[in-house]
Write a protein that binds this ligand. Structure first.
Ligand code: GAP
Length: 457
């Protein structure tokens, strides 16, 4: 679909996602809850395929990266050492008139173009200027003082005294287990540790569907390098790999761009941070991130825990704390890219067909199998046989409901690359019709060659 009306595209994606079992608003029977979403049956398949693709690209096909699956609840000392307990904060402000709540820096930036993130005094000055920042909800300009609140989710744990937190990023577990990986695996710098999992942030404002939520998934890598490595080429290589992954989700190159964080806004430990931005239906904004985190995390954890986290090179004998490059990928934002890039409306005769043109390896259902008529037992039996022969290799769907045209439309809407129809000719010559999602071309294929055909298409 031409992106001439961006919000319209977003509305269509959200509506299709709900209607066709990709993403549901959570707890809807109770009126919903806090912008939480549930991945429905097709959304879960899509999500698993994206995770699988990421794992294949960054773990399976690489000899220098190993995987990990750490807990959500970590010793709170982890977050003290990493600085999260103290400084994982956002500035919040309320409209005194209508009680709407905003992240102060974003509110001010939207209204004035000024980027005041991290400078609460400047934010409060801006908010008190007459009509400099008007409330997007009620239009008035009557604000409370901006104040910092933590983005950490607190919880309690039996048998433990003190606050426990749900992890705000997956990276924490990687640094904490880095030593155990060194001790148990044959890894040598440069090497990486990858992890996929949930992260929780008590965001002040959520929104844009699954773009900003409080419970989400990240796919992160900590890539350990020698402190004296010429890291710039490696940094560029990682950015390119992040771009390749975005394009494997269906993103077009023209819809990707880089945003380098200005030096003055970099965290004290970061040498360079670049966001990979995507042209989402609502705006061009952060999809993934890449940061050079120096030896900040290992130094902090070494200091706080007393454990020796240095790497002893088995060949050179050198002993040092590695530096780290951190490519981070949001899984929910990846799903939003896949959904919005795939959404297509096409004129077919007098009708408009909606088709999700996912990259074929990401499609939730790979093959749909139809008997031409559901009241012809011989056709149904044959179609079942074909379905049964494919289902161990592919996620398949059997559909005998409604006319074939309707069944094609249903599969188009969930992005199924191939539909196989068993008709009366099949009973005579053991061939089926295979219809392609994108070209709508129909090809007659011998049943015994069907698996090969599916593999190639
Ligand atoms: N360990 C580094 C880190 O967590 P980040 O930029 O704060 O960096 C990484 O988050 C990625 O996680 C983002 O690029 C984005 O894709 C995703 N992400 C962050 N906050 C999110 C939220 N509230 N909802 C959905 N995805 C989020």
């Amino acid at each position: 679909m031409a992106k001439n009306n961006e919000n319209e595209l977003m509305e269509k994606v959200v509506s299709l996602a709900k209607r066709r079992g990709f993403v549901y608003p959570s707890s809807e029977i109770y009126g919903g809850f806090a912008s939480a979403y549930t991945y429905g049956p097709y959304g879960t398949e899509l999500k698993n395929n994206i995770k699988g693709l990421w794992w294949k690209m960054f773990v399976q096909e690489r000899e220098d990266i190993v995987g990990l699956d750490g807990p959500i609840l970590l010793n709170p000392k982890v977050w003290e050492a990493s600085g999260h307990t103290k400084s994982f904060n956002d500035a919040l402000v309320d409209c005194k008139e209508c009680k709407a709540r905003f992240r102060a820096d974003q509110l001010i930036e939207d209204a004035t173009g000024k980027d005041l993130e991290g400078d609460i005094e400047a934010m409060n000055k801006e908010l008190t200027k007459k009509n400099a920042v008007n409330c997007p909800e009620c239009g008035k300009s009557n604000w409370t003082n901006a104040r910092y609140i933590t983005g950490m989710f607190k919880t309690e744990m039996n048998g433990f005294t003190g606050d426990v937190y749900l992890r705000p990023e997956t990276a924490g577990a990687i640094f904490v287990e880095y030593k155990q990986v060194l001790d148990s695996m044959r890894v040598r710098v440069p090497f990486g540790i990858a992890q996929i999992g949930k992260a929780f942030r008590n965001e002040i404002v959520t929104g844009n569907f699954i773009f900003r939520v409080r419970e989400f998934e990240q796919m992160e890598i900590e890539y350990f390098i020698h402190p004296k490595t010429k890291w710039e080429p490696l940094f560029e290589k990682w950015l390119k790999q992040q771009e390749s992954f975005a394009m494997a989700l269906g993103a077009k190159k023209k819809d990707l761009r880089r945003y380098e964080h200005p030096k003055k806004k970099l965290s004290h430990y970061s040498k360079k941070t670049v966001d990979l931005e995507y042209n989402f239906p609502f705006k061009f904004t952060e999809l993934f991130g890449l940061a050079h985190r120096s030896d900040f995390d290992l130094t902090s954890h070494q200091k706080a825990s007393g454990a020796d986290l240095s790497f002893k090179d088995p060949i050179t004998g050198e002993n040092y704390l590695p530096h780290v490059l951190e490519p981070t990928f949001g899984l929910d934002r990846s799903i939003l890219v896949a959904l919005s890039a795939a959404y297509t409306e096409e004129k077919v005769g007098d009708e408009t067909r909606t088709v999700m043109k996912f990259p074929k390896n990401l499609a939730p259902i790979k093959v749909a199998v139809f008997p031409l008529l559901k009241n012809k037992p011989k056709l149904v039996k044959k179609a079942r046989e074909i379905f049964d022969s494919l289902k161990s290799d592919y996620m398949c769907e059997f559909d005998d409901n409604g006319n074939i045209g309707k069944r094609y439309r249903r599969q188009d809407e969930i992005g199924t690359p191939l539909c196989v129809t068993v008709d009366f000719d099949t009973l005579d010559d053991d061939t089926v019709t295979v219809r392609d999602r994108d070209t709508m071309k129909q090809t007659r294929v011998k049943i015994k060659e069907l698996k090969d055909y599916i593999k190639k298409n």
